[in-house]
Design a protein around this ligand. Structure first.
Ligand code: FAD
Length: 407
């Protein structure tokens, strides 16, 4: 089948908060023909199916529920003059800034002066978590659950177990309750008081899922507890929550360098990736932050894209990589530069693999200490904590990677 070919000034892949904010800002700045492509039939990204409050930021003046936030983000981009096409999936690359798409109008090849990847993140499904057992219906992630309940009005089940204890797990509990499902327990492999009650639901800590049972429908979740006991919770629904991974498939197919910690594109304070003229924003870079953070990055990338379009951007690759020592998992941005550029809010965001009580963060390069900073609160898995960028001007641009250690 032949592909039609077109050219635009800026192509944005993904119409979630990050991509829509980038489109709005670039269109308002008169950056030429801006096109945002979204594979779903409706634009807005994850907030479309988050029927709870807590979505804030400049657009909403004080907070909104997810669908209202999504509608306002879409309106801001379209009103500013960005072109928005839904039901169009970017499937691969045909050149450095040429993508291949498939959609209602057939196959296309679109070349852009700059490409912004804003493909977001997703929760790891059961298969990626290597949970053994049968494969019956009744197994979801929070995103799938919310879409089924809030977008498609589907029936879920009667008794559910929620796996994970991140903020998103609480959203899963709320969605199940809204759908009239009894939540049997929330289960996490993290250590802690073995049995507590949270959100009126038993919280089982130190418990690992060892299998799912049931043939035509899920009938139970088998657990192994830290003390060696094994149990099976009877349920017809299980929701695997959190454990987000960036939706990096397109970046990977383009040969864009990925950061080993975040597993999203490696990027600097200008949101540049290793491919010249290809930028990345939002949860693709750091799974996951709040929608307002993703939108702020979308707005911020506009400046870098404008530099690129006018030929005034610096070459990529002059920055030093930032690396973390375990139990820290990742830092973002994960490259210094360009030049003296500083990350948004003049700070880096980090994650840890295990709870750290008020850790001391030490930044060093070639054995030389650049900065030390005591956190005032514990660092907890699945939640962001921050490191000031005040030490950036002490980095040797020709030195070794910058190392961040938690003591
Ligand atoms: C259950 C849940 C509850 C949340 N609650 C809150 C909250 O209360 N407050 C808050 O601030 N944040 C909340 N968040 C986080 C918030 O939703 C995210 O931070 C935000 O959606 C990230 O925006 P994004 O644009 O980076 O990615 P997304 O919103 O994930 O958007 C990415 C878009 O890219 C599209 N896409 C991907 N690949 C392609 C492709 N190849 N071609 C075309 N399109 C593509 C996707 O379909 C998607 O629409 C919640 C998240 C979840 C999962």
């Amino acid at each position: 089948m032949t592909r039609s070919e077109r050219t635009v000034d800026v192509l944005i892949v993904g119409a979630g908060p990050a991509g829509l904010a980038a489109g709005a800002e670039l269109a308002a700045a008169g950056a030429g023909r801006i096109e945002i492509l979204e594979r779903e039939q409706e634009a807005g990204g994850i907030p479309r199916h988050c029927h709870h409050g807590g979505f804030g930021g400049r657009l909403t003046r004080g907070g909104a529920d997810g669908p209202a936030y999504a509608r306002r983000s879409v309106a801001a981009a379209v009103d500013a003059g960005a072109g928005l096409r839904t039901g169009v999936t970017v499937t691969g690359w045909a050149g450095p800034r040429t993508v291949e798409t498939t959609g209602p109008g057939g196959l296309e090849r679109i070349t852009a002066g700059a490409v912004v990847l804003a493909t977001g993140a997703r929760e790891r499904p059961r298969s990626a978590r290597l949970v053994p057992g049968s494969r019956p219906p009744g197994v979801h992630t929070t995103g799938e659950l919310q879409q089924a309940v809030h977008l498609y009005g589907q029936r879920i089940g009667t008794r559910a177990v929620v796996i994970g204890d991140e903020p998103v797990s609480h959203a899963a509990v709320d969605t199940l309750r809204a759908a009239g499902v009894h939540v049997v327990a929330v289960v996490t492999d993290r250590p802690g008081t073995p049995f507590r009650v949270r959100q009126r639901t038993p919280l089982l800590t130190g418990a690992t899922v060892t299998g799912l049972t049931g043939r035509t429908r899920l009938s139970g979740v088998s657990l192994r507890h830290d003390d060696g006991r094994t149990t099976t919770l009877r349920c017809d629904t299980v929701v695997f929550t959190g454990d987000f991974v960036p939706d990096h498939e397109l970046a990977r197919r383009g040969g864009i360098t990925l950061d080993p910690g975040t597993r999203g594109p490696a990027y600097d304070a200008a949101y540049r990736t290793s491919r010249p003229g290809v930028f990345a924003v939002g949860n693709l870079l750091h799974a996951v932050e709040r929608a307002g953070v993703a939108a702020d990055e979308g707005r911020a990338v506009a400046v870098s894209v404008l530099h690129r379009l006018s030929g005034t951007d610096e070459p990529f690759g002059s920055g030093r990589p930032l690396v973390v020592d375990a139990p820290l998992r990742w830092v973002a941005p994960n490259l210094t530069g360009p030049g003296g550029a500083r990350p948004i809010e003049d700070r880096f965001v980090l994650r840890t693999a295990r709870r750290l009580s008020r850790p001391l963060l030490v930044v060093s390069q070639d054995g030389r200490e650049l900065h030390r900073q005591r956190l005032l609160l514990p660092a907890v898995p699945g939640r962001p904590f921050h490191l000031t960028a005040a030490w950036l001007d002490r980095v040797d641009p020709h030195g070794a990677p910058v190392r961040i250690t938690a003591l």
